[in-house]
Design a protein around this ligand. Sequence first.
Ligand SMILES: C[S@@+](CC[C@H](N)C(=O)[O-])C[C@H]1O[C@@H](n2cnc3c(N)ncnc32)[C@H](O)[C@@H]1O
Length: 228
Amino acid sequence: MKEIELALSKPYPSHTMQRWEIINNIIHRYGFKDYLEIGVSDPQWCYDNVICQNKDSVDPGVEFMPNPVKYKMTSDEFFNTIPKDKKWDVIFIDGLHVAKQVIQDIHNALDHLSPNGFILLHDVNPTNVWLQRENYSIDGINRQWNGTVWKAYYALRITRPDLTMCVLDTDWGVGVIRRGTQVLAPADNTFYDYNMFDANRVEYLNLIDGNDLDLFLSMSDKKLPGIK
Ligand SMILES: C[S@@+](CC[C@H](N)C(=O)[O-])C[C@H]1O[C@@H](n2cnc3c(N)ncnc32)[C@H](O)[C@@H]1O
């Protein structure tokens, strides 16, 4: 690996909670029963660690050849296949990390989210410009990659007052989205420039400490009818 790439592919600085711990915390707290993971790769990485009564998995198998998922297809094909009224309580979006696809996945997920359900996203907080490049592979090799997930997330932060959103500052940034309300982030990064994102990431993402999930949930519960 070139020196610059090596320097830029350092681990995420603060590791408090892992994504499956966040997922399990939410499932347990609300007694949820239905979990969907979009983009699974090797299920040992996350999917197998999720404890939930009913679990569904989607992946076209472009990275991990055994691809032991229920739906061996892209997320777009999947959402075109399932019944319109099918709902999940937690939908973890971790498929193709390109903003246009992530936006599409979020919109489809919102259509299939139970009333008090959650959408979670991985890789929302790239720590340098290289990690948020468009292409996964460099010279045919898959390098550390967050992609442009942050751009999809930011697009909702500036346009959707009907959602409550935060990013937990752990495990490459875990985005949490639920119905509710939010004060919109400033829509001043017209060109989705990384340096501007870097200077404003706390506000753009509503970036909170990785240990503050419970606090975020308690505060945002109050914005929803029917949750005690
Ligand atoms: C980062 S890996 C998933 C990792 C796993 N969720 C975890 O937490 O460790 C991304 C996966 O998304 C899959 N993928 C790529 N394009 C996709 C698409 N259009 N729809 C769904 N999954 C896709 C890839 O095959 C790959 O296995």
